[in-house]
Design a protein around this ligand. Structure first.
Ligand SMILES: *Cc1c(COP(=O)(O)O)cnc(C)c1O
Length: 416
């Protein structure tokens, strides 16, 4: 079976990073990440959400408005709410999952203190349009890029986060670079960086002695779970039993605003060493994902599937495909030995904790109910992607109504 993803850390890498000794590896990883992704400062956190949460706590705001996409990973919204501030969601476009400038502008107001710009799945946002909307509606807002899917994403002007005040990277096991759990806050301002570091070091617990060993075991187990001979068994367990539910759903935070119990525990030097190894291999990994994603885009467009447009240089953390009957398509592909992902299968306003915003973002709800992610992890080849395309074509020949065929906008009635 072609798995929907493979955790990035190889078994050799996990063992090497566990055996090495280097007291400065956290600092080295922070400096290397900042340098690689174009910021002067970096701070390593146990999760990406903890980075945003700690930034907001450092700023000391209360009840401030933070604008972010409705179609994004809900853990980013949780970080805002749990810091004592408010989220205002911006809708996706009618024909694209990204937030277009006019929807951003509609969500912004003079009360907006922070804008979270999210190039989801590594697809560049319309940076010029965002800049204009922010200048008109919320000129003093802090601009933070959520680069969890899009570390080094570029448009024609260069790196997208070049004019951002801050950025958040995600190093969870599903990201392009993984420290098993982890995230990085990238900052431009030295004084702000010092203040966030001080708050982090003062309020986060030191990891327990056994933490590196537990993380190592988790990394090994995850790597094995997404490869045969275990892959098919794990896939079955995940679908047919609640055994893995505790791990996956807990992590994704779909039960309401809360942080994982270890979100206030400093990451370990072992994780930093994993990160350093992964950083060194980052460009190759993005190239692999990009090659497969561009193949999907070209082939599926040619066969008349609806594909999302892009400009600049997307990093394609995933390849998104919106279909009308997600479960049916996924089940049929599984019959062909192909596992597809449903990475963000909701829009934030429909989740517990965000009831007051329900119905405000119909396009995001529309895509949240339809999105699949096709496998494009490094290690797959074009022959695998060709199998996926062929399987999709066969399904569509039999069941055209399961798919979106043209660039038609989301019917807004369907979203409510
Ligand atoms: C993964 C992710 C984050 C951060 O995730 P953590 O699990 O907190 O490390 C933030 N935003 C998006 C869009 C993500 O996918």
């Amino acid at each position: 079976m072609i798995s929907r993803f493979l955790p990035p850390n190889s078994l050799t890498e996990l063992c090497r990073a566990a055996l090495e000794r280097d007291a400065r590896s956290v600092r080295r990883f922070e400096e290397a990440s900042a340098a690689k992704f174009g910021f002067p400062h970096g701070l390593f956190f146990p999760y990406g959400r903890a980075a945003l949460h700690t930034l907001l706590r450092t700023l000391g705001w209360k009840d401030a408005e933070v604008v972010m996409p409705a179609y994004t990973c809900v853990v980013a919204a949780h970080a805002v709410v749990l810091s004592g501030n408010r989220v205002r969601f911006a809708d996706s476009a009618a024909d694209h999952f990204l937030v277009p400038p006019h929807e951003l502008e509609a969500a912004l107001s003079p009360a907006t203190r922070m804008v979270v710009a999210t190039p989801l799945f590594g697809y560049p946002i319309d940076r010029l349009g965002y800049r204009r909307a922010i200048r008109v509606r919320a000129p003093n807002a802090m601009v933070v890029y959520d680069l969890a899917h899009a570390f080094a994403v570029e448009d024609d002007e260069g790196p997208q986060a070049a004019d951002a005040d801050a950025a958040i990277l995600g190093f969870g096991i599903g990201k392009q670079i993984s420290t098993l759990y982890g995230g990085m806050l990238l900052l431009r301002d030295q004084a702000l960086c010092d203040a966030v570091r001080e708050l982090r070091n003062r309020t986060f617990r030191k990891p327990g002695m056994l933490r590196p060993a537990k993380l190592w075991a988790y990394g090994v187990a995850a790597r094995c779970a997404f490869r045969e001979p275990l892959l098919s068994a794990v896939d079955w367990l995940e679908r047919k039993t609640p055994l893995l539910y505790g791990i996956t759903e807990y992590y994704y935070g779909k039960g309401g605003p809360s942080l994982p119990v270890d979100a206030c525990e400093l990451p370990t030097p072992f994780q930093a060493r994993l990160g350093l190894r992964q950083l060194a291999d980052y460009d190759r990994r993005v190239d692999c994902r990009t090659t497969l994603a561009r193949f999907y885009h070209a082939e599926l467009s040619r066969y008349g599937f609806y594909c999302f447009g892009f400009h600049g240089r997307p990093t394609f953390s995933h390849f998104p495909l919106a279909v009308e009957r997600r479960e049916a398509v996924a089940a049929t592909l599984r019959g062909d030995g192909i596992q597809v992902g449903k990475l963000i299968d909701y829009s934030c306003p429909q989740l517990p904790g965000y009831e007051s915003t329900r119905g405000t973002c119909p396009n995001a709800a529309y895509f949240g109910a339809r999105m699949l992610n096709l496998p494009n992890w490094p290690g797959l080849g074009v022959h695998d992607a060709r199998r996926v395309v062929a399987s999709l074509c066969r399904v569509r020949d039999r069941r055209p109504e399961w798919f979106r065929t043209s660039n038609e906008p989301a019917p807004s009635v369907a979203a409510a």
